[in-house]
Each structure stands twice: as C-alpha cells, then as structure tokens.
Ligand binder design. Structure first.
Ligand code: GLP
Length: 257
C-alpha cells in the first residue's frame, strides 16, 4: 500500500486528480470505477477544472459506479446517478452511454448479474476510486461482508443510515438497502485509489492500513491488493503508527522521480 499523507482535503483532491489524469492521459480509453459520498466531491471539482483547462479528456473513457440505493429513481436528488451527473458527468465530455451506475429500480438479482457482466465485457476496471465509511466499509460492503463478495444487494447498517441521513429531507423515506459492487469485484480492479479525510475516518484508516485483515474492517482487504494508493489528510492519518515511514517513502519517491 502506498500511503500519501497530505495537509488537507484540498491537497487530497489535487493528489487524487493527478492520479486520475495521469491514467486518462496514458490510457484515454480507461475504464474508471467511481465513488460517491462527500469525500470525492472536491476531486470531481478538480477534474472538471482540469477538463475545462484542456488538461484531461474523458471522450474515450468508460465508468462504473460502486453502488446505488435500492428503490430510488435515478432522477431523485439523493440517487448516486444524480450525484454523478451533477458533480462530474454533466460537466465533462464523457459519453453518457459509457457511464454506468447500478439501477436501483431494477430487479436486484438480474441487475447485479448484468452489472458484473458489463464490467467484464468492458475489460475490467483499470482504476477504481474509493471512499471509506467511518465503519470501514468500501462501496456499501458493510462490516462482516464476505471478502470474496460480488455485486449484490446489501442491508445498510444503522450507522451508515445515520451517517447518510444528512442528505435526505426529514419527510423523505431513506433507503436501507443498496446494490453494491462486492469486495471481490473491487479487488479485481487493476489499480485502486482510496481517499479519506477528517478525524472521523481515523479509526477506519488505522484498521485498514495497520490492522489485521478482517471482514469486520472491509477496507483492510486492500492489504492483499498489489496496487493501492491511499490519499489521506493529516486528520484521517492521525492514528497511524508508521506515519514517519510513510512520509519517508514519499520523500524518497520525490527524489527519484
Ligand atoms: C457511502 C458510500 C461509500 C462512501 C462512504 C463514505 O455510504 N456508499 O462509497 O465511500 O459512504 O462517504 P463520505 O465520503 O460521505 O464520508
């Protein structure tokens, strides 16, 4: 795991945008795995501004989002499809038919099989962006998820429902089920880029990087992936024991590149 510790959320967005842009410049027809949540909002903003400045092109790219709520219309302001349109797809030149988000209104079993097949027929995911739940989830793979799981329906934990309640109006029915890429699906991406910011993520970051691999801390499975970059701010990294080492490695890398 490469652990990059930056000053703040804006530095996290810049460093991650750099990784994504490098991917698209090197391989314009890349298949991207994309994430929602508050954390990647600044990353998408940075990508939009780099696109407007002519530094990156999405014309040949394809994308697959990690997850979507069950029973929610794609036009609902809290659907992950809507989030992606608003923060990225409507603002860059990605081909609308090349963007996939699981369909929350479809028959879940059929939709999950279709999604897995679509990822396979696109040639697999080249670069997967991930956020991190404060309970250690990736996508909506809640603690105790099988580390070999595939795209499927998951019941959200009460913690996750509470954490995401801020996005829903008081009168709205908040979904309690989601379709999510499985951990096995995520682990097949050729490269993984995980972003985490804020002190409320510090415990989950510690478990992911320095804890034992465990289904109770789903992100810890990334220790088994060969190409993972974690971009953290100081608050999210604050509980890591080997911080000096991670800084040292980055210093060495800067001198040799
Ligand atoms: C959500 C999403 C995850 C996301 C996580 C953290 O529930 N399903 O993909 O990474 O929670 O979200 P945030 O970035 O808002 O903290």
């Amino acid at each position: 795991m490469r652990v990059v510790i930056t000053d703040d959320a804006s530095a996290v967005a810049n460093a991650s945008a750099e990784v994504l842009c490098r991917q698209l410049v090197t391989a314009p027809a890349s298949v991207l795995g994309l994430a929602t949540g508050s954390t990647p909002v600044m990353l998408y903003k940075e990508l939009v501004s780099r696109y407007q400045a002519g530094q990156v092109c999405f014309a040949k790219a394809k994308s697959f989002n990690l997850d979507e709520y069950v029973g929610i219309d794609p036009s609902h302001p809290q659907s992950y499809r809507h989030f992606m349109q608003q923060h990225l797809f409507d603002q860059v030149n990605i081909d609308p038919v090349a963007t996939q988000v699981p369909q929350g209104l479809a028959d879940p079993k059929i939709e999950c099989e279709r999604y897995e097949a679509a990822i396979t027929s696109a040639g697999g995911i080249d670069l997967q962006v991930l956020g991190l739940g404060s309970n250690g989830h990736i996508g909506f793979n809640e603690p105790t998820s099988s580390l070999a799981s595939r795209t499927r329906i998951k019941t959200l934990t009460e913690d996750t429902i509470a954490a995401n309640a801020r996005f829903f109006e008081a009168h709205e029915q908040q979904p309690t089920l989601a379709l999510t890429m499985g951990i096995g699906t995520i682990m097949e991406a050729r490269q993984i880029l995980l972003l985490a910011t804020g002190e409320h993520k510090a415990k989950a970051v510690k478990a992911m990087v320095e804890g034992p691999v465990s289904a109770m801390a789903p992100a810890s499975v990334l220790q088994f992936h060969q190409s993972v970059t974690l971009v953290l701010d100081v608050a999210a990294a604050s509980l890591l024991e080997a911080q000096d080492y991670y800084h040292w490695v980055e210093k060495m890398r800067a001198q040799t590149t």
